[in-house]
Design a protein around this ligand. Structure first.
Ligand code: PMP
Ligand code: GLN
Length: 375
């Protein structure tokens, strides 16, 4: 009997595979296609010949832990204790999986907002716990009244994703105030804050859970160097948690991966000594604006995009097909791959919306837009 009977292959795998089979431009799975900073690749090339090939300490390479603490301090003025409150993980996916495995018990309930990125539900189900999906409002803001109604004595965790994949929405000050007031009524609820796109916001500044003093003692914050340094394949991320939660999280981490690959940890640590994260938002803002401009004459209607490197578009003026069929036809007939937004909903809600990844070089964006404008 399957432990996850209703979970299939991730839509990102399905669409990337189909894009490759048809030689389509892949704007589906989120990853950059432009070169990684040479400063970073040079570090890796040098390290390959040095003595950095053996296990690192379980929680992470100590200089990397210190550099993450410094990054959090510089970004959010929060002081964290590197050896106690930070864990380096094999990407954000493992951070999220490990946190849920460590903190969620049978029959607990975990609130997941709908639509949502796809890696939250399976780890909840593997704990024999219940994923309670709560719809975001039509404009993708959280509906705190319905979230509050969904909370019960069994609710153990609320997962927030800010900036939000796939919609690019970011949480506001008043969202955090509403969350904090809700938490006052439910002292046992923990917040899992997935902030992998924390440095990719545009007109509005990102508000991190790190800055919310009322959350710090009950929040696990997750980030990914894959997003921040354009190296998604490295699968290096981290989580920050208060000591009492981290104690449990580390128990699981040590038997899931023990320690994350050494070269990438050392390389990222050295790279953090050299660069800042300041330019990441403006890099992607330029790409967002360029992509939107290129699609201006198309029949796609572009939704607002406040952060992440994803642009959601409506094809309602083009076709009545469901979004999965439309995405397949987009690949086979027009040579562009995108992600159907229905795959982010528990019940596959189809609003004739698809997601494009604009983390691409200009030539790719131009060619993709040329094809999309012909539809
Ligand atoms: N959370 C969100 C919202 C994501 O978009 C992603 C993926 N890219 C992840 C988590 C997983 O990140 P990683 O590749 O570091 O595991
Ligand atoms: N986070 C990426 C996206 O949203 C996908 C990563 C993956 O395929 N696991 O496109």
């Amino acid at each position: 009997m399957s432990k996850l009977p209703n979970i299939g292959t991730s839509i990102f795998t399905v669409m990337s595979k189909m894009a490759a089979e048809h030689g389509a431009i892949n704007l589906s799975q989120g990853f950059p296609n432009f070169p990684v900073d040479e400063q970073l690749t040079n570090i890796v090339a040098r390290l390959a010949k040095e003595n950095v090939h053996q296990y690192l300490p379980m929680a992470g390479y100590p200089p990397l832990l210190s550099n993450i603490a410094l990054l959090v301090k510089n970004s959010y003025r929060r002081i964290i204790l590197p050896e106690i409150e930070i864990l380096v993980t094999a990407g954000a996916t493992q951070a999220i999986f490990t946190t849920i495995q460590a903190l969620i018990q049978t029959d607990d309930e975990v609130i997941i907002l709908d639509p949502s990125y796809d890696c939250y539900e399976a780890p909840v189900l593997l704990c024999n716990a219940t994923a309670v999906r709560v719809s975001l409002n039509d404009d993708y803001t959280p509906n705190w009244t319905t979230i509050r109604k969904a909370c019960s004595a069994n609710t153990k965790m609320i997962i927030i994703n800010n900036p939000h994949n796939p919609t690019g929405k970011i949480l506001t000050q008043s969202d955090f105030e509403a969350l904090e007031s809700l938490l006052q009524q439910f002292p046992d609820i923990i917040v899992l804050s997935d902030e992998v796109y924390e440095y990719i916001t545009f007109e509005e500044k990102h508000i991190s859970a790190h800055t919310r003093i009322n959350l710090l003692n009950r929040c696990v914050m997750v980030s990914s160097f894959g997003k921040s340094f354009h190296v998604t394949g490295w699968k290096v991320g981290y989580l920050v948690a208060p000591e009492h939660l981290m104690k449990e999280i580390k128990k699981v981490h040590q038997f899931l991966v023990f320690s994350v690959n050494s070269i990438c940890q050392v390389a990222i640590s050295e790279y953090l000594d050299m660069v800042s994260v300041d330019g990441i938002g403006s890099l992607y803002q330029t790409k967002r604006d360029y992509f939107r401009e290129l699609l201006k004459t198309s029949r796609f209607k572009l939704l607002p995009c406040e952060g992440t490197y994803f642009q959601v578009a409506s094809y309602a003026a083009i076709s009545n097909e469901n979004d999965v069929d439309f995405c397949k036809r987009l690949i086979t007939e027009y040579g562009v791959a995108a992600i159907p937004i229905s795959s982010f909903y528990e019940n596959g809600k189809d609003l004739h919306l698809i997601r494009f990844c604009f983390a691409k070089d200009n030539a790719t964006l131009e060619e993709a837009a040329k094809r999309l404008c012909k539809i």
